[in-house]
Design a protein. Sequence first.
Length: 271
Amino acid sequence: MAEQHTPRSLIVTLYGAYGRETSGPFAVAELIRLLGVLGVDAPSVRSSVSRLKRRGLLVARRTATGAAGYALSADARQLLDDGDERIFGRRTALLSDGWVLAVFSVPEAERHKRHLLRSHLGRLGFGTAAPGVWIAPARFYEETRHTLRRLQLDPYVDLFRGEHLGFAATAEAVGRWWDLAGVAEQHEEFLDVHGPVLRAWVARGTTPAREAYRDYLPALDSWRRLPYADPGLPAELLPADWPGGRSAAVFSGLHRRLRDAGAQYVRADAV
Protein backbone atom coordinates (compact mmCIF):
# COMPACT_ATOMS: atom_id res chain seq x y z
CA MET A 1 0.00 0.00 0.00
CA ALA A 2 1.48 3.35 -1.08
CA GLU A 3 1.84 5.95 1.65
CA GLN A 4 1.08 9.61 1.26
CA HIS A 5 3.69 12.04 2.61
CA THR A 6 2.86 15.73 2.32
CA PRO A 7 5.73 18.18 1.81
CA ARG A 8 4.81 20.04 5.01
CA SER A 9 4.83 16.85 7.04
CA LEU A 10 8.19 15.77 5.62
CA ILE A 11 9.69 19.18 6.42
CA VAL A 12 8.50 18.97 10.03
CA THR A 13 9.87 15.44 10.24
CA LEU A 14 13.21 16.57 8.80
CA TYR A 15 13.52 19.32 11.38
CA GLY A 16 12.46 16.96 14.15
CA ALA A 17 15.01 14.33 13.14
CA TYR A 18 17.99 16.54 12.27
CA GLY A 19 17.15 20.22 12.81
CA ARG A 20 17.69 20.35 16.56
CA GLU A 21 21.27 19.09 16.59
CA THR A 22 22.61 22.61 16.13
CA SER A 23 21.07 26.02 16.63
CA GLY A 24 21.65 26.89 12.97
CA PRO A 25 18.86 26.96 10.39
CA PHE A 26 18.46 24.92 7.23
CA ALA A 27 19.17 26.98 4.12
CA VAL A 28 16.28 27.06 1.65
CA ALA A 29 18.51 25.49 -1.01
CA GLU A 30 19.43 22.76 1.45
CA LEU A 31 15.78 21.99 2.15
CA ILE A 32 15.09 21.77 -1.58
CA ARG A 33 17.91 19.26 -2.06
CA LEU A 34 16.97 17.17 0.97
CA LEU A 35 13.30 17.00 0.06
CA GLY A 36 14.14 16.44 -3.61
CA VAL A 37 15.63 13.07 -2.65
CA LEU A 38 12.12 12.13 -1.52
CA GLY A 39 10.45 13.33 -4.70
CA VAL A 40 9.30 16.78 -3.53
CA ASP A 41 9.83 19.57 -6.08
CA ALA A 42 11.22 23.00 -5.26
CA PRO A 43 7.94 24.98 -5.56
CA SER A 44 6.27 22.58 -3.12
CA VAL A 45 9.12 23.01 -0.65
CA ARG A 46 8.95 26.80 -0.82
CA SER A 47 5.16 26.83 -0.52
CA SER A 48 5.22 24.46 2.45
CA VAL A 49 7.94 26.44 4.23
CA SER A 50 5.84 29.60 3.80
CA ARG A 51 2.82 27.88 5.35
CA LEU A 52 4.87 26.60 8.27
CA LYS A 53 6.21 30.11 8.79
CA ARG A 54 2.66 31.53 8.84
CA ARG A 55 1.70 28.91 11.41
CA GLY A 56 4.55 30.05 13.64
CA LEU A 57 6.55 26.82 13.41
CA LEU A 58 9.46 28.16 11.36
CA VAL A 59 11.20 31.53 11.60
CA ALA A 60 13.40 33.13 8.94
CA ARG A 61 17.11 33.04 9.79
CA ARG A 62 20.32 33.53 7.83
CA THR A 63 22.79 30.67 7.84
CA ALA A 64 26.41 31.13 8.89
CA THR A 65 27.26 31.75 5.23
CA GLY A 66 24.53 34.38 4.87
CA ALA A 67 22.13 32.20 2.85
CA ALA A 68 18.39 32.52 3.38
CA GLY A 69 17.13 29.83 5.72
CA TYR A 70 14.63 28.81 8.35
CA ALA A 71 14.95 27.63 11.93
CA LEU A 72 12.47 26.12 14.36
CA SER A 73 10.48 28.56 16.47
CA ALA A 74 10.43 28.12 20.26
CA ASP A 75 6.89 26.71 20.04
CA ALA A 76 7.95 24.23 17.37
CA ARG A 77 10.87 23.06 19.51
CA GLN A 78 8.53 22.51 22.45
CA LEU A 79 6.14 20.60 20.21
CA LEU A 80 8.92 18.35 18.93
CA ASP A 81 10.48 17.90 22.37
CA ASP A 82 7.10 16.83 23.76
CA GLY A 83 6.74 14.34 20.94
CA ASP A 84 10.12 12.68 21.48
CA GLU A 85 8.98 10.56 24.42
CA ARG A 86 6.07 9.17 22.43
CA ILE A 87 7.92 8.68 19.17
CA PHE A 88 11.24 7.34 20.45
CA GLY A 89 10.60 6.40 24.08
CA ARG A 90 7.35 4.53 23.33
CA ARG A 91 6.18 2.73 26.46
CA THR A 92 2.92 1.05 27.32
CA ALA A 93 0.85 2.57 30.09
CA LEU A 94 0.07 0.67 33.28
CA LEU A 95 -3.41 0.53 34.77
CA SER A 96 -1.90 1.87 37.99
CA ASP A 97 -0.82 5.05 36.14
CA GLY A 98 -4.44 6.19 35.96
CA TRP A 99 -5.94 8.57 33.44
CA VAL A 100 -5.97 12.25 32.60
CA LEU A 101 -9.37 13.76 31.82
CA ALA A 102 -9.89 16.90 29.75
CA VAL A 103 -13.27 18.53 30.34
CA PHE A 104 -14.04 21.58 28.25
CA SER A 105 -16.77 24.14 27.93
CA VAL A 106 -16.75 26.75 25.16
CA PRO A 107 -19.15 29.72 25.03
CA GLU A 108 -21.54 29.73 22.10
CA ALA A 109 -19.98 32.94 20.78
CA GLU A 110 -16.66 31.05 20.38
CA ARG A 111 -18.07 27.74 19.23
CA HIS A 112 -15.42 27.43 16.48
CA LYS A 113 -12.96 26.67 19.28
CA ARG A 114 -14.90 23.51 20.13
CA HIS A 115 -13.75 22.01 16.85
CA LEU A 116 -10.17 23.11 17.57
CA LEU A 117 -10.27 21.49 20.99
CA ARG A 118 -11.75 18.24 19.71
CA SER A 119 -9.26 18.15 16.85
CA HIS A 120 -6.18 18.77 18.98
CA LEU A 121 -7.23 16.47 21.82
CA GLY A 122 -7.77 13.76 19.21
CA ARG A 123 -4.32 14.41 17.77
CA LEU A 124 -2.85 14.06 21.26
CA GLY A 125 -4.33 10.56 21.47
CA PHE A 126 -7.32 11.31 23.69
CA GLY A 127 -10.43 9.16 23.41
CA THR A 128 -13.97 10.41 23.92
CA ALA A 129 -15.55 9.27 27.18
CA ALA A 130 -18.62 11.52 26.83
CA PRO A 131 -19.54 14.79 25.06
CA GLY A 132 -16.99 17.34 26.25
CA VAL A 133 -15.10 14.74 28.30
CA TRP A 134 -11.88 13.31 26.81
CA ILE A 135 -9.59 10.69 28.32
CA ALA A 136 -5.99 9.56 27.89
CA PRO A 137 -3.28 7.77 29.90
CA ALA A 138 -2.11 10.05 32.72
CA ARG A 139 1.45 10.36 31.38
CA PHE A 140 0.17 12.67 28.63
CA TYR A 141 -0.67 15.42 31.12
CA GLU A 142 2.42 17.59 30.61
CA GLU A 143 2.28 17.41 26.82
CA THR A 144 -1.43 18.21 26.88
CA ARG A 145 -0.86 21.20 29.13
CA HIS A 146 1.92 22.54 26.87
CA THR A 147 -0.17 22.05 23.73
CA LEU A 148 -3.32 23.71 25.05
CA ARG A 149 -1.35 26.68 26.35
CA ARG A 150 0.53 27.05 23.08
CA LEU A 151 -2.78 27.10 21.22
CA GLN A 152 -4.33 29.46 23.81
CA LEU A 153 -7.10 26.95 24.44
CA ASP A 154 -6.29 26.36 28.11
CA PRO A 155 -8.94 28.82 29.46
CA TYR A 156 -11.67 26.49 28.18
CA VAL A 157 -10.33 23.25 29.67
CA ASP A 158 -10.03 21.64 33.09
CA LEU A 159 -7.64 18.72 33.48
CA PHE A 160 -8.11 15.96 36.07
CA ARG A 161 -6.32 12.77 37.05
CA GLY A 162 -8.25 9.72 38.14
CA GLU A 163 -9.10 6.02 37.77
CA HIS A 164 -11.95 4.26 36.06
CA LEU A 165 -14.34 2.75 38.61
CA GLY A 166 -17.05 1.29 36.37
CA PHE A 167 -19.76 0.43 35.73
CA ALA A 168 -18.56 -1.30 32.55
CA ALA A 169 -15.27 -3.19 32.63
CA THR A 170 -12.41 -0.90 31.59
CA ALA A 171 -11.44 -3.25 28.73
CA GLU A 172 -14.96 -2.85 27.37
CA ALA A 173 -15.04 0.91 27.94
CA VAL A 174 -11.83 1.63 26.00
CA GLY A 175 -13.47 0.09 22.95
CA ARG A 176 -15.99 2.94 23.12
CA TRP A 177 -13.45 5.63 23.93
CA TRP A 178 -11.08 4.79 21.04
CA ASP A 179 -11.48 3.32 17.57
CA LEU A 180 -9.13 0.43 18.28
CA ALA A 181 -9.89 -1.33 14.99
CA GLY A 182 -8.89 1.81 13.10
CA VAL A 183 -5.68 2.15 15.12
CA ALA A 184 -4.80 -1.51 14.51
CA GLU A 185 -5.28 -0.94 10.78
CA GLN A 186 -2.77 1.93 10.87
CA HIS A 187 -0.23 -0.34 12.57
CA GLU A 188 -0.79 -3.03 9.94
CA GLU A 189 -0.32 -0.51 7.13
CA PHE A 190 2.97 0.62 8.68
CA LEU A 191 4.10 -3.01 8.91
CA ASP A 192 3.12 -3.70 5.30
CA VAL A 193 5.17 -0.76 4.00
CA HIS A 194 8.16 -0.62 6.32
CA GLY A 195 8.56 -4.23 7.44
CA PRO A 196 10.03 -5.21 4.05
CA VAL A 197 12.32 -2.14 4.16
CA LEU A 198 13.78 -3.27 7.48
CA ARG A 199 14.23 -6.84 6.26
CA ALA A 200 16.08 -5.57 3.19
CA TRP A 201 18.43 -3.50 5.34
CA VAL A 202 19.07 -6.39 7.73
CA ALA A 203 20.22 -8.42 4.72
CA ARG A 204 22.74 -5.72 3.69
CA GLY A 205 26.27 -5.39 4.97
CA THR A 206 26.69 -1.62 4.51
CA THR A 207 24.55 1.44 5.20
CA PRO A 208 25.09 4.10 2.51
CA ALA A 209 24.19 7.53 3.91
CA ARG A 210 21.96 8.76 1.08
CA GLU A 211 19.93 5.55 0.93
CA ALA A 212 19.63 5.47 4.72
CA TYR A 213 18.24 9.02 4.72
CA ARG A 214 15.89 8.21 1.82
CA ASP A 215 14.37 5.26 3.70
CA TYR A 216 14.51 6.65 7.23
CA LEU A 217 12.73 9.97 6.83
CA PRO A 218 9.53 8.52 5.27
CA ALA A 219 9.48 5.79 7.94
CA LEU A 220 9.77 8.40 10.68
CA ASP A 221 7.15 10.59 8.98
CA SER A 222 4.72 7.66 9.01
CA TRP A 223 5.64 6.42 12.48
CA ARG A 224 5.45 9.74 14.31
CA ARG A 225 1.67 9.85 13.77
CA LEU A 226 1.06 6.40 15.23
CA PRO A 227 1.94 7.08 18.89
CA TYR A 228 -0.69 9.84 18.79
CA ALA A 229 -3.39 7.71 17.17
CA ASP A 230 -2.47 4.86 19.53
CA PRO A 231 -2.20 6.12 23.12
CA GLY A 232 -0.31 3.03 24.31
CA LEU A 233 -3.03 1.55 26.49
CA PRO A 234 -2.24 -1.09 29.13
CA ALA A 235 -1.77 -4.48 27.48
CA GLU A 236 -4.62 -6.08 29.40
CA LEU A 237 -7.06 -3.61 27.85
CA LEU A 238 -6.09 -4.38 24.24
CA PRO A 239 -7.42 -7.04 21.85
CA ALA A 240 -5.43 -10.24 21.39
CA ASP A 241 -2.58 -10.07 18.86
CA TRP A 242 -2.44 -6.27 19.03
CA PRO A 243 -0.02 -5.15 16.24
CA GLY A 244 1.38 -2.13 18.09
CA GLY A 245 4.37 -3.98 19.51
CA ARG A 246 5.31 -5.38 16.11
CA SER A 247 5.15 -2.01 14.37
CA ALA A 248 7.15 -0.39 17.19
CA ALA A 249 9.82 -3.08 16.77
CA VAL A 250 10.04 -2.39 13.03
CA PHE A 251 10.42 1.35 13.58
CA SER A 252 12.99 0.79 16.32
CA GLY A 253 15.01 -1.42 13.98
CA LEU A 254 14.93 1.18 11.20
CA HIS A 255 15.83 3.95 13.65
CA ARG A 256 18.84 2.10 15.00
CA ARG A 257 20.11 1.12 11.56
CA LEU A 258 19.41 4.26 9.53
CA ARG A 259 19.11 7.38 11.67
CA ASP A 260 22.80 8.15 12.21
CA ALA A 261 23.78 7.26 8.64
CA GLY A 262 21.01 9.58 7.45
CA ALA A 263 22.47 12.33 9.62
CA GLN A 264 25.77 11.97 7.78
CA TYR A 265 23.98 12.61 4.50
CA VAL A 266 22.14 15.64 5.90
CA ARG A 267 25.38 17.15 7.20
CA ALA A 268 27.26 16.40 3.99
CA ASP A 269 24.49 18.06 1.97
CA ALA A 270 24.60 21.28 4.02
CA VAL A 271 25.61 24.51 2.34
